[in-house]
Design a protein around this ligand. Structure first.
Ligand code: HEC
Length: 159
């Protein structure tokens, strides 16, 4: 988005930029569950790719996931139930963990990637618990289904 804007500015087409931005403003707000669905799908593929050493694919999935976090999630309305302050803290923790995961995937070392992935999943789960959706459990291990649909315990803390 930024690169496209920079390119248009260089071409001296600020009016076109304004129109394009206007079109963006006209976008309907995304649904929270839909944004989460995409985040979950991408986190799952990221984990499976990283488990197999397909780090380029994992990085791609992380970039796409970050787009949803930065672009869609802030415009979507989260369910207003539970501990909203705790959820905001978990969101911040998730973004920090995603940043760490990004750095690890650029210079992949399997142990580091695994631990950043687990850290991210913990932040996802903390937010789900805060907002009364603790039953949506994100696996802390690479390669699991997102969300977990196995019989594992929800109260289990560490992998
Ligand atoms: C700011 C709080 C918050 C964070 C952080 C968060 N989630 Fe969610 N997530 C929710 C809420 C709330 C729902 C239920 C959405 C609804 O009911 O509309 C949800 C739902 C989901 C779902 C179910 C979507 C569906 O309908 O299929 C998945 C999958 C999911 N989250 C994955 C993740 C993953 C993976 C992460 C971390 C990378 C994450 N979430 C981080 C709040 C959060």
């Amino acid at each position: 988005m930024q690169t496209r804007r920079a390119r248009l500015d260089r071409l001296g087409l600020p009016a076109l930029v304004a129109i394009a931005l206007g079109a963006c403003r006209g976008e309907p707000a995304p649904r929270y569950g839909q944004a989460m669905h995409e985040i979950g799908r991408r986190f799952e593929v990221l984990g499976r790719a990283a488990a197999a050493g397909r780090y380029e694919l994992a990085r791609y999935e992380l970039d796409e996931l970050n787009e949803v976090v930065e672009h869609d999630l802030p415009r979507a309305q989260a369910p207003q139930v539970g501990d909203l302050v705790g959820a905001a803290a978990s969101l911040r923790d998730m973004r920090l963990a995603l940043g760490r995961l990004d750095a690890d995937l650029k210079h992949p070392e399997p142990g580091q990637v695994r631990s950043s992935f687990a850290l991210t999943a913990k932040a996802c789960n903390a937010c789900h618990a805060s907002l009364a959706h603790g039953f949506i459990e994100i696996p802390q291990e690479l390669g699991g289904t997102v969300p977990r649909t196995d019989a594992g315990s929800l109260v289990r803390d560490d992998p």
